[in-house]
Write a protein that binds this ligand. Sequence first.
Ligand code: TPP
Ligand code: MG
Length: 705
Amino acid sequence: MTQVSSKPRRDLGRPLSSVPIPSEAAAAENNPNLAWTKKQMLVPDKRPNHDDMANAIRALAMDSVEKAKSGHPGLPMGAADIATVLFTKVLKYDAADVTWPDRDRFVLSAGHGSMLLYTVLYLTGEPSMTIAELQRFRQLGSLTPGHPEYRHTPGVETTTGPLGQGLGNAVGMALAERMLDAEFGSIVDHYTYVLASDGDLMEGISQEAISIAGHLRLGRLIVLHDDNHVSIDGPTSLADSVDQVKRFQACNWDAVRIDGHDPAAILRAIRRAQRSPKPSLIACRTTIGFGAPTRAGTAKAHGEPLGAEEIAGARRSLNWPYEPFTVPEPILAAWRRAGKRGARHRKAWKAALTAMHQEKREEFERRLRGDLPAAFGEAVLTYKRKLAAESSVIATRKASQAILESLAKTVPELLTGSADLTPSNNTKVGATADIGPGAYTGRYIHWGVREHGMAAAINGIALHGGFIPSGASFLIFTDYCRPALRLAALMGIHVIQVMTHDSIGLGEDGPTHQPVEHLAALRAMPNMLLFRPADQTETLECWQLALEAKASPCILALTRQNLPPVRNQFTPENLSAKGAYEVASADGGRAKATIFASGSEVSIALGARSLLAQEGIAARVVSVPCLGLFLKQDRAKRHEIIGEAPIRIAVEAAVRQGWDAIIGEEGIFIGMTGFGASAPFKDLYNHFEITPEAVAEAARKHCGS
Ligand SMILES: Cc1ncc(C[n+]2csc(CCOP(=O)(O)OP(=O)(O)O)c2C)c(N)n1
Ligand SMILES: [Mg+2]
């Protein structure tokens, strides 16, 4: 038999000669119901054992990739033993309800191995994952896309593919579990398991993720490393010599190395990990493409179909003589039994939920649904009335802090935190205590200088449910967490990022810290809502919208510098909700110019309007706190807001990109064309000519022309 592992292997099963070989050619590929045809009668002559069950994963994965003519057979074949142990012996998992709140989470961080997850969902009996779906792997509209997609395929806990993200999400899930447990008791009591590949652990985000998890002592987080020593370019030794066990240990994890094809060793290691107060790494030494006669153990097994000959060889070496997409009934039945293992846990959990004190249970259920508290709307209005009466000159980051102070008690599910910029981001409020190692009752998370780890973990907290998590940093450092922000947008999850110091207005820190292209770049991201409020009232409105935006991640871009109020009339309506609104109408007749602006530049636009008014040029000002929401309005509404004035000017201390949607190609843009500079902020606005005078001058010129 072909050597498929560098290590001595257990017996793979019976000698080949005793296996009945199917006489008919397989019509299997085209028959979605094949799993239940008479071919099933071709049964193994003994009770299914671990190998049979793991080989079912291997065979379905290689057959699906082959049929799709694309995909990654190596990981599912290599990690099949790990998945089999997890799903048949460990996970609190019920295939009949894969969204049951207290299920163990399984995160396939190495999303390219999606076939591992899809085959397991099919084998365990998740109702929507049929053999037909496996046969439609990677096809339009199938439940089996190239990489696992959250909300698309039942049983997929998070969208993965960009390596390292799933690991980061899992940290958030494990933290959310502890925090909910601290608040609601043992009704929340589960583990979070991750399957991570070499690439997951090579990515920088893994360091941020594991150091946070180790620090916070997330003992219910268990990472299984598919330690196959192979990545796309070849052996990992081409580019890597990290001792992962030592690295994890240095980050306050328990870490062991085991044979990833030995089910008993896998189970032992998991049981030990479950008891550890620290998060655990189990480095499972595996062979990529296990079973493939020439490709196993090589990069050739990673990401392409094996081909007919290699597949035939794999069937022989794995002792799997069955036709493509065929799992013999006894093996399928054993898997289906495994898929029901969690049913009794789910039932017991439901009973415990019913027995909970009614008020507490209703609160718990509300939190899991993601509904805001009934008192939320009124709390916003009360605070809004107060703001209208105050009209203070204040930085929007400070306004945001005051809002958080006022809303934190009403919205207990709101988590805040910062990547080591707490005093600058102004995200900490009196009502929120810190989360710390072993202390999970707080509401504030010090993420350390780890923007990427923070954003990925926050995604995980939202995915887990029970909280509306927010993170914070400087807007410039959205670059450091953009991959996680993008996945939040793609998944449509409810996360909020408070990103302060949003322009050259931050001043002296200079061009390294001054975002110029970031507003445009973040607005370009589908389903990401970027808010840039102009004063404290708009900041409140934008917070309200962000807290209500259940299916879109939101970024609040806030100023370091103080801003005057642009509104001091109380309006119960949230004027920011349409993304843009007229904040000042044209004085004395039809507007000759409309000046559009966001955030700190709205007051500049208002200044220009006053200057122009003195010269008899009527101008109106439109505040644009969220360009994305504005562009979603229907044509009539957009036209109404844009108005008829012949001159259109946009003012934003950033690049022009995106504004043409409002002002058109002929419109005038007052903003940045390059990087900023280090100086006090007023000097910078003067230097870059983003001033009321410059705006008025531009309007004047066009009036004359
Ligand atoms: C952030 C990111 N960079 C690059 C890739 C492309 N990619 C997919 S898998 C992979 C590495 C494969 O090695 P490994 O993670 O060990 O997986 P295995 O081949 O063992 O299944 C790469 C570079 C990616 N998916 N994500
Ligand atoms: Mg690998």
